[in-house]
Design a protein around this ligand. Sequence first.
Ligand SMILES: [Fe+2]
Length: 397
Amino acid sequence: MKNRRQIIFLVDDNISNLTAGKAILKTYYDVFPLSSGSRLFAMLENIKPDLILLDIEMPEMNGYEAIKKLKEDETTRDIPVIFLTGRIDSGSELEGLSLGAIDYIFKPFSPPLLLKRLENHLLTRSQQIALKDYNDNLQQMVEKRTRQVVELQNAILNTVTEMVEFRDDVTGGHIERTQNYLTLLVDKLLQENIYREEVSSWNLEFLIPSAQLHDVGKIAISDTILNKPGKLTAGEFEIMKRHAAIGETAIEKIMETTAENDFLHHAKIFAGTHHEKWDGSGYPRNLKNYDIPLQGRLMAVVDVYDALISARPYKQPLSPEEAEEVIISERGKHFDPILVDLFRELTPQFALVAEYCRVQEGVRDKVRGKDRVHDRVRDSVRNRAIDRGKSYAVLSR
Ligand SMILES: [Fe+2]
């Protein structure tokens, strides 16, 4: 590219002008003499020049019409055009420049002056192209690096999420399912225009995946408590409750070392508020009603629903219909009443997500060769009677 001879289109209906022009320019440039506007556009189909020298007064299509057409087409818009004309009035010059020409040269012209002006314009043009290429490359590089950072972030996130799942073995695909339930509820909020102010300020691309970290604080809870096959003692329950604040603090620490980040902002709220209750009896802060951030109120519904329909060593699973009844009975107590009303409209979809994720999970477990506790429990209790009250009571963990 460095040594490529630059291409000039010379457009003039006067043959002797074309001949004279080519004689002056051909030492330095590849010159294409073209005797009309239609020939110019026919040639442009095959070759894009570095610059066009355009006469104004031509039959059929004059120079003004030609430049308008050039500027309308994005493939020719950026080619510099210089009018080379016998019209020496300032009005014509102004019109030519207003239509996008970069210069206006009067005939008869001085050959050295024409060459010098061409050289200057072509230098500017090549600098513009080099700058654009540089910017394009820079943008591609930034996009590539951003992709790498996002991939790395997702890989770390998946690892942390899997660690939480493996530690708290009985939760199975809980994290995956809660994200799906959450998506259903947030979509419903958007459709129904409810809590619009809060929801419209959220970037859902960050909100939904950030919910994965809601139980990240469980990493700090001992295995004996986390997987205890029975009801926790009051003391053990107090320790278990710490996972909300621990998760919140852990995410806050990451936030101190990173730039402002929507993902972490939501993750911190999910972790710290998903066990708060509408009536103020939740933890860690006993927040009440609208003092609980909407993320926490949403997560409370989906977290409990999923826990209800899941088998755990200390309880049997409820059917989706039974879980629905429990959630409704806690309307205005544990849960935001408006969210419970929306949930009621979505119960068939919730049940579908639960079933789909369980099938997926079963496939994954088979691949891992892993005989998970919750599968054994679920299979053994599937047809047994269920004590719903007891089931909900032990879910506070
Ligand atoms: Fe939790």
